[in-house]
Design a protein around this ligand. Sequence first.
Ligand code: HEM
Ligand SMILES: *[C@@H]1O[C@H](CO)[C@@H](O)[C@H](O)[C@H]1NC(C)=O
Ligand SMILES: *[C@@H]1O[C@H](CO)[C@@H](O)[C@H](O)[C@H]1NC(C)=O
Ligand SMILES: *[C@@H]1O[C@H](CO)[C@@H](O)[C@H](O)[C@H]1NC(C)=O
Ligand SMILES: *[C@@H]1O[C@H](CO)[C@@H](O)[C@H](O)[C@H]1NC(C)=O
Ligand SMILES: *[C@@H]1O[C@H](CO)[C@@H](O)[C@H](O)[C@H]1NC(C)=O
Ligand SMILES: *[C@@H]1O[C@H](CO)[C@@H](O)[C@H](O)[C@H]1NC(C)=O
Ligand SMILES: *[C@@H]1O[C@H](CO)[C@@H](O)[C@H](O)[C@H]1NC(C)=O
Ligand SMILES: *[C@@H]1O[C@H](CO)[C@@H](O)[C@H](O)[C@H]1NC(C)=O
Ligand SMILES: *[C@@H]1O[C@H](CO)[C@@H](O)[C@H](O)[C@H]1NC(C)=O
Ligand SMILES: *[C@@H]1O[C@H](CO)[C@@H](O)[C@H](O)[C@H]1NC(C)=O
Ligand SMILES: CC(=O)N[C@H]1CO[C@H](CO)[C@@H](O)[C@@H]1O
Length: 532
Amino acid sequence: MRLFRLSLLAPSLAVANCYVWPSPQLDALEALRWDQAGVNTSSGTQVIAGFVEPCGAFLGADNTGRANVADWIRTAYHDMATYNVTDGTGGMDASIRFAEETARPEDVGDGFANTLAILGDTGNPLVSIADMLAVGAIMAIENCGGPVVAFRGGRVDAVAPNNPGVPEPQDPLESHIAAFARQNFTQTEMIGLVACGHTFGGVQNAAFPQIVPVLNDPNNTDSVSHFDSTFTHFDHNIATEYISGTTQNPLVVGLNDTTNSDKRIFGSDGNATMLSFANSADLFASTCASLFAKMLNTVPAGVQLTEVINPLPVKPDYLHFNLGADGKSLQFSTQVRLWDLPNPNSTHTVLMLWDDRASNSNSTSTPTSTNNVTLVPSKVVTAAGGRFTASWYSSPLLTLDAFRGITNMRFLVDGKLEDQDGIGFAVADDIVWSDTSCVTSDFNSATYAVAVRKSLAPTRVYLETPGQDNISRPISVETDLTLQPVVANATYNIWSVELNGVFDSFTIGAEVGGVKISRQDPRSLSSLEVCA
Ligand code: HEM
Ligand SMILES: *[C@@H]1O[C@H](CO)[C@@H](O)[C@H](O)[C@H]1NC(C)=O
Ligand SMILES: *[C@@H]1O[C@H](CO)[C@@H](O)[C@H](O)[C@H]1NC(C)=O
Ligand SMILES: *[C@@H]1O[C@H](CO)[C@@H](O)[C@H](O)[C@H]1NC(C)=O
Ligand SMILES: *[C@@H]1O[C@H](CO)[C@@H](O)[C@H](O)[C@H]1NC(C)=O
Ligand SMILES: *[C@@H]1O[C@H](CO)[C@@H](O)[C@H](O)[C@H]1NC(C)=O
Ligand SMILES: *[C@@H]1O[C@H](CO)[C@@H](O)[C@H](O)[C@H]1NC(C)=O
Ligand SMILES: *[C@@H]1O[C@H](CO)[C@@H](O)[C@H](O)[C@H]1NC(C)=O
Ligand SMILES: *[C@@H]1O[C@H](CO)[C@@H](O)[C@H](O)[C@H]1NC(C)=O
Ligand SMILES: *[C@@H]1O[C@H](CO)[C@@H](O)[C@H](O)[C@H]1NC(C)=O
Ligand SMILES: *[C@@H]1O[C@H](CO)[C@@H](O)[C@H](O)[C@H]1NC(C)=O
Ligand SMILES: CC(=O)N[C@H]1CO[C@H](CO)[C@@H](O)[C@@H]1O
C-alpha cells in the first residue's frame, strides 16, 4: 500500500497542469512547443527549430549582420502591437501576414515576409499561424540564451488586417507611452519589453537609411547596426552597455536625436529600470520571461487561450496501423517520448502493456498483462536550449488480432507505472490504413484504402492533406473515399480511392454523426507497396 501511494505521488507532481493524452489540438500544440531540435526538423511544424538554431544563422547566408532569431521576435511584437485594450481589437492574430499591414511605414523591412515564408505551408489546421509565430519567438528566446517562456495555445488568425499601431523611432516619448498603454503595457513594462526585444538584432540600412548608413563591412553585408554587442543572443548586455555609456545602440546614440527612441524610453524613469537590469542578469531574464509571455498572450477579445502547455512526461506519438489484406490481422507500432529521464543517455527499461477488446484493464500499481512488449531506445534529443531531454523509444511492429485490436496502453518505465493516473493512454484503432493500399509499378497511380470498424458507422471517410484557405490559414483538403462491398462478418469495412499523379502525404479523416475525426498516421505514394 505504501509503495502504491508513493508511485502515485511522484507522477502526479510531475504532471501538474498537464492534460490527458490523446487530445488532438493539445497534442499538436505540445509537439510544436516541445519537440524541437533533432525531431523531424525537416517536416511539419517542427521546421521552426531549424530556423532558430544556430542562433546566428540568417536564411542560410553568412556575414549579413542579421539573424533569423531577431526576426521571429520582431514579427511577434509587430503582430501584437496593433492591440487596443479599450475595444479588444488587434493583438497576436497573425494579421501581420496581410500585405496591407506590411506595406505600412510602421512595418518596414523584409523580416516579416521572411519569417512567414519559413512557416510556409507546414501548417496543421489545429494550430494557427499566430500560435506558430508565438512558438517561433519563444524558441528564439529560449534556445539562444534566454529564459523559458510559458506558452499557451489557441490563438485565432485574423481574417483581415488590424488598425495601425506599431510605435516608430521618430515618435515622441508621450506617444510611445500612449501606444504601450493602448497595448496594455505600463511605462515600466514598456522599458522592459523594448530592452528584452532589443537584446536581439539591430537596425538595417535598407529599412532605415536615415538611421544607419551603409557600413561597407564584409562581416555585415546588410549594414545592420546592432542594439548590443551580442545580437544573436539573449543577455543583459543591452542594459550593461547602455548604463556604462559604451552602447552602440543606433536608437540611443544615433546622430539624429529625433530617432533615438530607445534613449528616450530607457531614460524615461531616470534609468531606474535599466539600472536594475544592468545590475542583475537574473532579474532581466525573469522580467523578460513575464513580459514576453504577456506580449504573446495579448490576443483579440473573445479568444480563449489554453492553459500553459507543459511537456507531457510520457507521450505516445507516431502511432501506425495497417489492417492486413485478409482483414484479420492488424499491424501496430508506436513510439513514446519520455521527458527528462534521469541519465537520458543510458538505456532504460520501457515495457508497454496494452488492453484489447478481450482483456480488462488492470489497475494495480504493478500491472501485468500478456499483452506486453519491450520498447527500444531510438534517440535522445533536447529542447529549450539543452535544458530538457526527450528520450524516444519505439515498439516493434506488432501483429494483433483485428477483432480484439488495441484499446489502451500503459507503460512501465524502469518498473514505474505510467498510466496517466489510472486512465491509461486510449488508442483508437477504428480508422486505420488497409494493406490493400498500393501503388502501380510506374508510381503514377495509387489506391488509398482505409479500414473502418463497422461499429463506427461514419457518413464519410476521406484523405486529408495540408492546404491553405484564401487568406493563408492552414486547412485540411479532403478527398472522399468510396465504401467498398461490405464483407459479412468482417471487423472492418474498406473505403478507397484511386489517385493519379498525386504525390501528397495524407492522413485519414472520417465524419461520424456530423463530427470530424482525424488520425495522424500519414501515408504517401512512396510509402506504399507496389500493387500485385
Ligand atoms: C517604441 C518601441 C519600439 C521602436 C520604436 C522600435 C524600433 C525598432 C527599429 C527601428 C528596428 C529596426 C528594424 C529593421 O531595421 O529591420 C527594430 C528592430 C527590432 N525590434 Fe524594435 N522597436 C520597438 C519596440 C520593440 C519591442 C517591444 C520588441 C520586442 C519585444 C522589439 C523587437 C525588435 C527586434 C528583435 C528587432 C531586430 C530585428 C532584426 O534585427 O531583424 N522592438 N526596432
Ligand atoms: C481604441 O479603441 C477605442 C474604442 O473603440 C477608440 O476610441 C480608440 O480610438 C482606439 N485607439 C486607437 C489608437 O485606435
Ligand atoms: C492587461 O494587463 C494586465 C496586467 O498584466 C492583465 O492582468 C490583463 O489581463 C490585461 N488585460 C487585457 C484585456 O489584455
Ligand atoms: C570579420 O570576422 C572575422 C572573424 O571573426 C575577423 O577575423 C575579421 O577581422 C572581420 N573582418 C572585419 C573587416 O571586421
Ligand atoms: C531627423 O529625423 C527626423 C525624423 O526622421 C527628420 O524629420 C529630420 O529631418 C532629421 N533631421 C536631420 C538633421 O536629418
Ligand atoms: C541614463 O544613463 C545614461 C548612460 O549612463 C546617461 O547617458 C543618461 O544621461 C542617463 N539618463 C537619465 C535620464 O538619467
Ligand atoms: C548524451 O549524449 C549526447 C551525444 O552523445 C551528449 O551531447 C550529451 O551531453 C549527453 N547527455 C548527457 C546528459 O549525458
Ligand atoms: C490484475 O493483476 C493481478 C496481479 O497480477 C491479478 O491477480 C488480477 O487477476 C488481474 N486482474 C485482471 C482483471 O486482469
Ligand atoms: C509479459 O508477457 C509475458 C507473456 O508473453 C508474461 O509472462 C509476463 O509476465 C508479462 N509481463 C508483465 C510485466 O506483464
Ligand atoms: C474567401 O473565401 C470565402 C469563402 O470561403 C469567401 O466568402 C471570400 O469572399 C473569399 N475571399 C477572397 C478574398 O477571395
Ligand atoms: C466471425 O468472426 C469472428 C471474429 O473474428 C469469428 O470468431 C467467427 O468464427 C466468425 N464467424 C464466421 C461464421 O466466420
Ligand atoms: C522521433 C521521430 O523521428 N519520429 C518520426 C519522424 O517522422 C518520421 C516520418 O514521419 C517517422 O517515421 C519518425 O518515426
